[in-house]
Design a binder for this molecule. Structure first.
Ligand code: NAD
Length: 271
């Protein structure tokens, strides 16, 4: 019987990193926490990762910088957009699988993921919750069934500390809406409205952002018609939902062929 999958958590003392460490420890005996990485010089470097995340020793020290070669089978990256490009390049050169949850990636980081995926298997998803991945299917079905007479708007709300906007999930939802309605998102997306904006055009997809408090992540897609409206909402009440999904992706990706996968592959949703 093969041993547990050795998982490294990158961004170990972040909001998601701490939830990931707890989820990896909770996935024993199938998974084991093999490494925990933070930004060099971070206050948690040198501390026990289990103490940082859950107040109980895990026997793994948080290190500043990426995990050493051979330590882990798969890395889970929930850091910041500027870090993920080098993470992808290093994962490919070390030959480890990669699960990326970091959002707000620029074109260079996206390209680095594509190149790395030629060498190692990578799961990249803007949202690792099962509910959001089912929502992607529901909104595509609704778009096709309701047709062009319904105006489509996406509204997302996150905690005050979130650095990127709109959320990666809102963009992913908008992408699905554009695809299902035969639109080009780059042309259809409307990110802000202010002042004398004139009447709404029927081709646009509005994507609006709210920030505040400790909201883990709410997303609503509005289909606004004449005389009725449909709203499909997902609310995450704890980061654990993303962490458990990302650990599930990490267990799944080990042993896969090199390539870029998403949560639909992991969950077998076949959208
Ligand atoms: P956070 O700011 O709390 O945590 C990020 C952590 O990464 C920090 O502790 C930071 O010090 C660390 N970091 C920075 N540079 C690093 C480096 N070079 N090496 C290792 N660690 C480094 O942010 P968060 O709320 O935990 O979110 C992290 C990312 O995950 C964001 O992009 C967020 O949007 C995304 N996110 C994705 C999902 C999903 O399901 N895909 C869910 C929640 C959050």
């Amino acid at each position: 019987m093969p041993g547990p999958v050795r998982i490294a958590v990158l961004g170990a003392d972040g909001r998601m990193g701490r939830a990931l460490i707890r989820a990896v420890i909770g996935a024993a005996p199938r998974a084991v926490l093999a490494a925990a990485s933070e930004r060099p010089g971070h206050v948690s470097v040198g501390k026990d990762a289990g103490v940082v995340a859950a107040g109980e020793r895990a026997g793994v020290e948080v290190t500043g910088g990426l995990p050493a070669k051979g330590v882990a089978d798969v890395w889970i990256d929930f850091t910041t957009a500027s870090v993920t490009e080098s993470v992808a390049t290093s994962a490919a050169s070390q030959g480890v699988g990669l699960v990326v949850g970091t959002t707000g990636l620029g074109t260079h980081a996206r390209a680095a993921l594509d190149v790395a995926a030629l060498h190692v298997p990578i799961v990249y998803a803007a949202n690792y919750s099962v509910g959001v991945n089912v929502m992607l299917k529901l909104i595509a079905d609704a778009t096709r069934a309701l047709g062009p007479d319904y105006d489509i708007e996406v509204v997302e709300t996150h905690h005050r500390g979130k650095k990127d906007a709109p959320s990666g999930t809102a963009l992913r939802l908008a992408q699905e809406l554009a695809y299902a309605s035969g639109r080009d998102l780059a042309a259809a997306a409307r990110y802000a409205r202010h002042g004398d904006i004139g009447a709404r055009s029927s081709s646009e997809i509005g994507i609006q952002t709210l920030r505040g408090g400790d909201v883990v992540g709410d997303h609503t897609v509005f289909f606004l018609g004449n005389g009725d409206r449909l709203e499909i909402t997902h609310r995450a009440s704890t980061r654990d939902t993303f962490a458990v999904g990302a650990v599930r992706a990490a267990l799944w990706v080990v042993g896969c062929q090199p390539g870029l996968y998403d949560m639909r592959n992991v969950l077998g949703l076949g959208l």
